[in-house]
Ligand binder design. Structure first.
Ligand code: N01
Length: 547
């Protein structure tokens, strides 16, 4: 009989969340093994190596804040770090935390089964490896295309295309060189916009295939000098407090006018928006007034202003018109970028409105729409993710009685979680960063809050000899209702996007992330600390009472 290695905990994925969980558990004295499909740490940042990939959260807050030494030992080069720099940061973190030995690279998970007899998870990998663990902690995130097929529009005959095609979330820089090529980019979300700006600099021609126009907030990316870095380091002691007190975990963006946009006259608003458009950075514009994310009428004032800027920037009025969004600002995850609309003034960039002229098929030479054949050397799919469901479906996670999680979720029609971190019928299964997480805020905040929550939960129940941690059906129901209610009330429910499953044809339209802000999420976490949401046994009741 082959020996199956057993650990206290198995973590899947070595991105921000996986690294943090690995650190907490190993420091806490647990045996922990982390499996990463890539050849390096980085998670999402490892796989999304497309041209122009960059973070839109300021580096000051896109950093772990749990360790002063770790925070102060790193120097960022700019306000918004590039993908490569984030990879360097995570490699630095893994070395500094001394956990590289815990991580097993180039190993992708295939399935996981809960064995009710020995109360252990059995995790299988694509290379045939099998391990056992008491706690199974997928840290694969919600926007993941490694543990599932990336989302791509179904284009008939794609196999006939003689050029190269790649999805941005599985980008291989070695295989694709855009210089002097005819490039087609499908998708204009955060990824597509960053890719288009870079492609327009070096490709012979870029054809942008757009389904839905987007608002793009202006951004500046100043280099950080040593004085600024010193100031960031000196402010470490107030850092956590500031991050935890901001609705999106990004204290760089305060509410500038603590009253409604409607309380200013149109002229005052216009002047203020103009000033911010010139001077403000990234997400700041959506915090110009205190009700832009709450009141549709207020939001429309910003929407109209941003549309006017598109018309002002794009010289060809027909193209400008095609680029005008009509929904509320930030109803889709906001995009920040520099120079996106300007690319449409270049001779080498053209726009195809897929709503008017949809794809017919792919040919040997390119992509055919109902209007014409677009000849291309490279097709870039910047078409996003099957958020929430995709990674779960393709990870084949079986709980009690062999029930598959995605079947229990009725393929997305009936998703239920408790805090996005626990599931009835799936004992000791503690995913971090996926479905029902606050996916719209700076992810580092919730990652640290929930990482610590998961660690404390394990630690507390372990100390009391509890073998299985599992939320009650009622707790799952209550949390899920809360997620759905907040989601339906939010702007996220007003337009199709990955946040509600509307980005994929045929996918059940359900709220997939927590739409409340970071403060509301923390309140919910605080309330959960009595652990009353877990299935009680006499031993567990005793453990809870001892808290
Ligand atoms: O994905 P998306 P993404 N036919 O789903 C289009 C984070 N992120 O990878 O809008 C034609 O936003 C789709 O059209 P529509 C961030 O949270 C952060 O860009 O659905 N087109 C859309 O234009 C972000 O929100 C950073 O109608 C199709 C695009 O493809 C999240 O990741 C950088 C289509 C997909 O946009 C996801 O961003 C990058 C079809 N069948 C990403 N299906 C930073 O930190 C989809 N599309 C800066």
């Amino acid at each position: 009989m082959t020996h199956v290695q057993e650990y206290d905990a198995v973590v899947i994925g070595a991105g921000f969340a996986g690294i943090y969980m690995t650190h907490l558990l190993s420091e806490g004295g647990y045996s922990v093994r982390t499996y990463e499909a890539g050849e390096s740490v980085g998670g999402t940042w490892y796989w999304n190596r497309y041209p122009g990939a960059r973070c839109d959260t300021p580096s000051e807050f896109y950093s772990y804040t749990f360790s002063e030494e770790l925070y102060k030992g790193w120097t960022w080069s700019s306000f918004y770090p590039k993908q490569e720099e984030i990879m360097d940061y995570l490699n630095y973190a893994v070395n500094k935390l001394n956990i590289r030995e815990n991580i097993h690279f180039n190993t992708a998970m295939k399935s996981a089964d809960y064995n009710e007899e020995n109360k252990r998870w059995e995790i299988h990998f694509t290379d045939g490896l099998k391990v056992q663990a008491k706690y199974f902690i997928p840290a694969i995130g919600g926007l993941n295309a490694i543990h599932t097929e990336p989302h791509r529009p179904k284009i008939k005959g794609l196999e006939n295309f003689k050029g190269v095609y790649q999805h941005t979330s599985r980008w291989s820089p070695e295989e694709v060189n855009l210089k002097g090529k005819r490039v087609g980019v499908i998708g204009t979300g955060s990824t597509g916009v960053q890719t288009i700006i870079e492609a327009a600099k070096e490709a012979e021609h870029v054809t942008v295939f757009q389904r839905t126009p987007q608002y793009v907030l202006p951004v500046k990316n100043p280099k950080l000098n040593s004085e600024q870095m010193k100031e960031m380091h000196d402010n470490f002691h107030s850092l956590d407090r500031r991050v935890l007190a901001h609705p999106t975990g990004m204290p760089s963006f305060p509410v500038l006018r603590n009253y409604s946009a409607l309380e200013n006259t149109p002229k005052e608003r216009q002047q203020f928006y103009e000033q911010l458009y010139e001077e403000a950075n990234g997400f700041q514009m959506i915090f110009a007034y205190n009700d832009l994310m709450l009141n549709e009428e207020s939001n429309e004032t910003l929407a109209e202003f941003l549309r006017s800027k598109i018309k002002e920037t794009v010289k060809d009025p027909e193209t400008a018109n095609e680029l005008l969004p009509t929904y509320l600002v930030a109803a889709k995850r906001p995009i920040v970028a520099k120079g996106y609309f300007e690319t449409f003034n270049q001779n080498n960039v053209s726009l195809v409105n897929l709503r008017k002229t949809p794809f017919v098929d792919a040919t040997e030479k390119g992509l055919r729409t109902t209007e014409t054949e677009h000849e291309l050397d490279i097709i870039i799919f910047a078409s996003g993710f099957d958020v929430g469901m995709g990674p779960i479906r393709d990870s084949n996670i079986r709980g009690r009685g062999g029930v598959l999680l995605h079947k229990k979720w009725e393929e997305g029609a009936n998703i239920k979680t408790y805090l996005g971190a626990c599931h009835n019928e799936f004992p000791n299964f503690l995913p971090i960063g996926g479905t029902h997480y606050p996916l719209g805020v700076n992810v580092i905040g919730p990652t640290q809050v929930m990482g610590k929550w998961i660690y404390d939960l394990i630690n507390h129940f372990d100390k009391h000899g509890i073998e299985e941690i599992e939320p009650t059906l009622e707790a799952e129901e209550t949390w899920t209702n809360h997620v759905n209610e907040i989601g339906e009330m939010s702007f996220y429910s007003t337009v199709d996007s990955w946040f509600n499953g509307g980005n994929i044809e045929g996918k059940p339209r359900r709220i997939l992330g927590y739409a409340g802000d970071f403060l509301m999420y923390q309140e919910q976490i605080e309330k959960s600390l009595d652990y009353k949401a877990f299935i009680h046994s006499p031993k567990l009741t005793h453990a809870i009472n001892e808290k």
